[in-house]
Write a protein that binds this ligand. Structure first.
Ligand SMILES: [Zn+2]
Length: 373
């Protein structure tokens, strides 16, 4: 029986040690580690790393990816990672924090995007000289070359230099002023009733004319266009949808011209030889596209602006007569709106110019086309 109290004491002591150890362990696992992150007090978990403790600041302090041209931010946080100081000494994010640590997060550097360099074509500029209606090619021009540096992410042009300058295509407007010949041209048709009314006047006066027709209208009124050709007039191309050829891209250019040629051929069996760009807008690309489809470009020398609202027949007639010189190409309109004033002015224009010794001829007989076909 003497051994019993002894063993009971042993058991009590053992229990006390286990309890103390357990309490210590519990204390150790729950005690927070006080540190400062950029001056702010933070209680870190024991064993936490610098990276874990300052995680929010580390994300916010990443540098950005910026544009090479103006340093604007392209991708936030895509620059260099931040640097960390612990107690003033560079630290790794995997270091374990110790009580009283003063952690400072220094913003990462911005990274400038990479740049790419490439050679680019400088398009052929267009130079139009002279005062006649018919365009001829005086110089073909040559595309230039530029070296261009752009931002790989932004696409901004950072720098560019001309390696070889472009040479302009020179289009010369020619006119043969030796004889008193003039050509009448009508744009923006066919236009029901108006085109026929003009054709009747021309027929009764025995005057030939050229009609620059819009492709989609030819498709809608092929019979009117056929009638013009049967009456001996010339039909020219005025694009399919009356577009500005100088601002159309290459494909559009080609199709606007080709579709119109197709519509005219389908309606009349005749392939046009002339094109008048809407608005007279022509550049090197448009000229080349026309030339590839065997079309001569013709503008005008006399423009009474008969389409203007309020323009009277008397004004149209007076302006045409005053502006006409030998070799002139007169621009009038049979379509695009009410052309009753143009129709009313036409007989007077014909009689007055004839009285001054002018002869009306087709475009091809103006004397400036030298066996182009
Ligand atoms: Zn037009």
């Amino acid at each position: 029986m003497a051994a019993k109290p002894f063993s009971a004491r042993i058991t009590r002591v053992a229990c006390g040690v286990v309890l103390a150890a357990a309490l210590l362990a519990a204390h150790a696992s729950f005690a927070a580690v006080p540190v400062r992150v950029d001056g702010r007090r933070v209680l870190a978990h024991p064993g936490a790393t610098v990276g874990e403790t300052a995680a929010e600041r580390l994300t916010a302090a990443r540098g950005d990816l910026v544009a090479a041209s103006d340093r604007r931010v392209l991708i936030r946080g895509a620059g260099e990672g931040p640097r960390v100081l612990r107690n003033g000494v560079p630290a790794s994010t995997s270091d374990v924090v110790r009580p009283g640590d003063d952690i400072r997060v220094l913003r990462g550097k911005d990274v400038i995007e990479k740049t790419v360099e490439r050679l680019e074509t400088i398009p052929v500029p267009t130079e139009v000289t002279g005062k006649g209606a018919l365009l001829t090619l005086a110089a073909p021009g040559m595309a230039g070359v530029a070296r261009v540096v752009t931002g790989a992410v932004s696409g901004d042009v950072v720098a560019s230099e001309t390696v070889r300058p472009a040479e302009p295509m020179v289009l010369k407007r020619v006119i043969d002023t030796r004889r008193k010949k003039v050509a009448l041209t009508f744009d923006d048709g066919p236009w029901p009733r108006q085109t026929e009314a003009i054709a009747r006047i021309l027929e009764s006066e025995g005057v030939p004319a050229t009609f620059f027709v819009i492709g989609k209208q030819v498709k809608a009124h092929p019979d009117i266009v056929r009638g013009l050709v049967q009456a001996g007039h010339v039909v020219g191309n005025h694009t399919y949808q009356h577009v500005d050829l100088s601002t159309s891209d290459g494909r559009r250019l080609a199709s606007e011209i080709a579709e119109t040629n197709r519509a005219i051929r389908a309606a009349t069996g005749v392939t046009p030889r002339w094109i008048r760009p809407p608005g007279g807008a022509i550049d090197a690309d448009a000229y080349e596209a026309a030339a590839r489809q065997h079309l001569r470009v013709v503008l005008w020398t006399v423009d009474p602006q008969d389409w203007r609202r309020g323009k009277t027949a008397a004004q149209i007639e007076a302006e045409v007569v005053r502006a006409t010189t030998p070799g002139a190409v007169i621009l009038l309109h049979d379509g695009g709106g009410d052309r009753s004033q143009t129709i009313a002015a036409l007989p007077g224009i014909i009689r007055q110019l004839r009285a001054r010794g002018y002869e009306f001829v087709p475009l091809a007989d103006l004397g400036v086309v030298k066996a182009a076909w």
